[in-house]
Ligand binder design. Structure first.
Ligand SMILES: [Zn+2]
Length: 117
């Protein structure tokens, strides 16, 4: 059976990303904790990055954070499934052409404003 492990990855980028365990967005300058799965057939399969809160929580605390995230995602899925049929029946829907016309109108006003300055 594949085994999970975490390792520290040092790099030179300043990144902002969601934790692959709890979904928490966070800054991670120059370092990350990587969750990997290791098996005899696959020396290391990278599953994702782990946020500082999950790292500090330890394996059992991180597992609780995952369960909490899974519950939130189930609730979000329920919300989206309930929303889909309501959206499908919208009569007053903004067309793509209307959207483009309105943004072009705004851009023209901004351009005229910049020309006047
Ligand atoms: Zn996390």
């Amino acid at each position: 059976m594949a085994k999970l492990k975490t390792t520290v990855w040092l790099h030179n980028a300043h990144s902002r990303f969601p934790c692959d365990l709890c979904g928490n967005w966070h800054e991670q300058p120059g370092a990350a904790v990587i969750l990997s799965e290791v098996s005899s057939s696959n020396p290391e399969d990278r599953l994702g990055e782990v946020c500082p809160e999950c790292v500090r929580a330890g394996p059992e605390g991180a597992a609780k954070r995952i369960e909490s995230q899974a519950q939130a995602l189930r609730q979000e899925a329920d919300r989206l499934e309930a929303l889909a049929p309501r959206v499908a029946s919208i009569e007053d829907w903004t067309s793509w052409e209307e959207f483009c016309a309105r943004t072009a109108e705004r851009d023209d006003k901004l351009e005229a404003l910049h020309q006047a300055i």
